[in-house]
Design a protein. Structure first.
Length: 589
């Protein structure tokens, strides 16, 4: 029960504390809604950290997006100087002033400008600030920078009293205020007091490491609400400030069972059901130089565009024109996809930004372009601006971000040797869903490529090594060919195949000759059989005629013998013959 009460407490405090959204990408997420409404917020940092820009963007976004007019009190730069400085970011301060959406007042601080009561008094500033607020009904105020108000003041008691009075006056006016302050030696501000009376304190830092700069933001404190406490990288570009929130450590994101093609049909066949990778999954293609990693990545991008899906291609080695030209030689027309708006390249050397800045830029491009597929080629180049552990940390956050959005990502990584067990993939092989390795296979005095799947989560996959061939028609994986001496690749495979084809032809020819000889012998044999059959029939007929004749002769002999016997009998017994005649005569009488 105690645990549930603690989990409910932040939610209750968030509802009780009203917030003013800044409109700055990422910052509202970190602060869970924006800056404390009607209270002062201190933005501190060193020179060039982005304090003034953050304050101006807060006021401009309030005027344009949230219908909250704002006042900018500048102690260092005049109105026209500020307008010129932020014009490159798309902010037209002059127009906003004409429309009475914002008001900029430059205050040159010295004892002549500020009325003094006793030793030091800010009442004159309060009068001037109150007039500016009421003239446009301002809801937001920026004071840039607070150090100029107390320059040369050595009495710490008066200093503390006036700072507290300034912050209380702003609270009483009910305006949401940003106060910028310069970083002290061992304190957040020069005076070391502002951070204690502010309701919210945000620290901006601009670090340079290995000649690469990185901007970081951290919420030091925020009274009355929960907030992000980590260091968050932020980017300043033509669109203003973009802050990258650290991805949640909870592994909770949607998954898909849909499968998408790799762009290489024979590679798809090595995966379960022959349909390719899971949508929203992460794929790593690792291999030594020249093994075709970028070609596989380009095939993946080409397949996505053919499905009418948007693809972002981040190249860290080659320019877009170079990639388009090279891929045209293997049958891929990426230029068509660029013109159709389905494919977008972003090419730069890793050293142009720090790791965190690259991550911010990738996030921003994804939010602007809304792709279904992204490619990073190669991630190993990022090691030039960070350690392997830092690169891994950055890629973990990127993978989590992409998986939450169900965006498929393909990384390429360069292996500097052929030892697979050595960590040469920047530590992401354990993070990705599918890991494919392309290696050099040297034999018979030539270099060929071999491809195999190290792992593919959630699906069956082939465990065979395939010969990887790059042709003018595209990419192809040749089926495993086993010769007498083992796996054959390249010209050895072709020679063996030719030998087998030749042997098959000779065998077929030999079988054909044998078949013809058998047929000829069969014909001769059938002719002999027919002749013998005819001879047999002739002999049979002759024997039958002889038998018939012999039977007829026998019948004639038997008949003649009977006749002869009859005659002999009559000759020997003539009386019987006479009596017979007499009886015959008597009867007739």
């Amino acid at each position: 029960m105690a645990k549930s009460k603690r989990s409910l407490q932040p939610a209750l405090s968030d509802k009780q504390l009203k917030k003013s959204p800044t409109g700055i990408t990422g910052l509202d997420e970190i602060t869970h809604g924006g800056l404390p409404q009607g209270r002062p917020t201190l933005i501190c940092g060193g020179p060039g950290a982005g304090k003034t820009l953050l304050g101006i963007e807060f006021v401009v976004n309030g005027a344009l997006r949230f219908k909250e007019p704002g006042v900018i009190i500048a102690f260092e730069e005049k109105s026209d100087e500020l307008a010129t400085n932020v014009a490159s970011l798309g902010f037209d301060l002059s127009k906003l002033q004409r429309d009475k959406k914002i008001k900029i007042d430059y205050v040159h601080v010295d004892k002549a400008e500020i009325e003094e009561t006793g030793e030091y008094d800010l009442s004159g500033l309060f009068i001037r600030l109150d007039h500016a607020i009421t003239s446009i009904g301002a809801k937001r105020v920026v004071l840039d920078t607070i150090e100029n108000l107390f320059a040369g003041l050595s009495n710490e008691g008066i200093l503390r009293s006036e700072i507290r009075r300034l912050f209380q006056w702003l609270k009483d006016k009910g305006v949401t205020t940003i106060i910028t302050g310069e970083r002290g030696v061992n304190t957040l501000t020069r005076q070391g007091l502002e951070e204690y009376v502010s309701d919210c304190v945000i620290l901006l830092e601009h670090r340079v490491q290995n000649q690469v700069s990185t901007r970081l933001l951290r919420v030091i404190k925020y009274r009355g609400t929960v907030h992000g406490t980590n260091e968050y990288p932020f980017l300043i570009d033509k669109d203003g400030i973009s802050v990258l929130p650290i991805t949640s450590l909870e592994l909770k994101y949607p998954v898909s069972r849909e499968k998408i093609s790799s762009g290489v049909p024979s590679l798809d066949q090595m995966l379960d059901e022959g349909k390719g990778f899971f949508r929203g999954s992460s794929v790593l293609i690792s291999g030594t130089a020249g093994t075709g990693k970028t070609s596989i990545a380009a095939s993946f991008a080409n397949a996505a565009c053919l499905r009418k899906e948007r693809c972002l291609f981040f190249a860290f080695e080659e320019s877009p024109q170079q990639i388009v030209r090279n891929m045209s030689s293997i049958g891929m027309n990426l230029e068509t996809h660029i013109k159709s708006g389905l494919l977008e390249f972003h090419s730069s050397r890793p050293t142009v930004h720090g790791l965190e800045m690259h991550l911010v830029e990738i996030h921003k491009k994804i939010q602007q372009f809304n792709p279904r597929v992204i490619i990073l080629d190669p991630i190993t180049n990022l090691v030039t601006i960070g350690t392997v552990s830092e690169v891994k940390s950055m890629l973990i956050r990127l993978i989590d971000f992409l998986q939450n959005r169900q965006i498929s990502v393909l990384f390429t990584a360069l292996n500097y040797n052929n030892v697979i067990t050595e960590q040469t993939d920047e530590g992401v092989s354990s993070l990705v869903d599918t890991w494919i390795t392309v290696r050099d296979l040297e034999s018979n005095g030539e270099r060929n490529r071999g491809l195999y799947i190290m792992k593919s989560r959630g699906m069956k996959h082939s465990n065979q090594v395939r010969e990887f061939v790059i042709t003018s028609e595209g990419l192809e994986l040749v089926d495993v060919y086993l010769g007498p001496g083992g796996i054959l690749i390249g010209s050895a495979r072709e020679a063996q195949e030719l030998e087998e084809v030749t042997g098959l032809a000779l065998k077929t020819h030999g079988l054909s000759r044998r078949d013809r000889e058998i047929e000829r012998k069969k014909t001769v044999l059938e002719a002999k059989i027919a002749s013998l059959q005819e001879e047999f029939e002739s002999v049979k007929d002759e024997l039958y005629r002889a038998q018939q004749e012999e039977q007829l002769r026998q019948e004639i002999r038997d008949k003649n013998r009977i006749e002869l016997l009859k005659k002999r009998y009559l000759n020997e017994n003539p009386s019987k013959t006479e009596k017979g005649k007499g009886k015959s005569h008597g009867k007739s009488k």
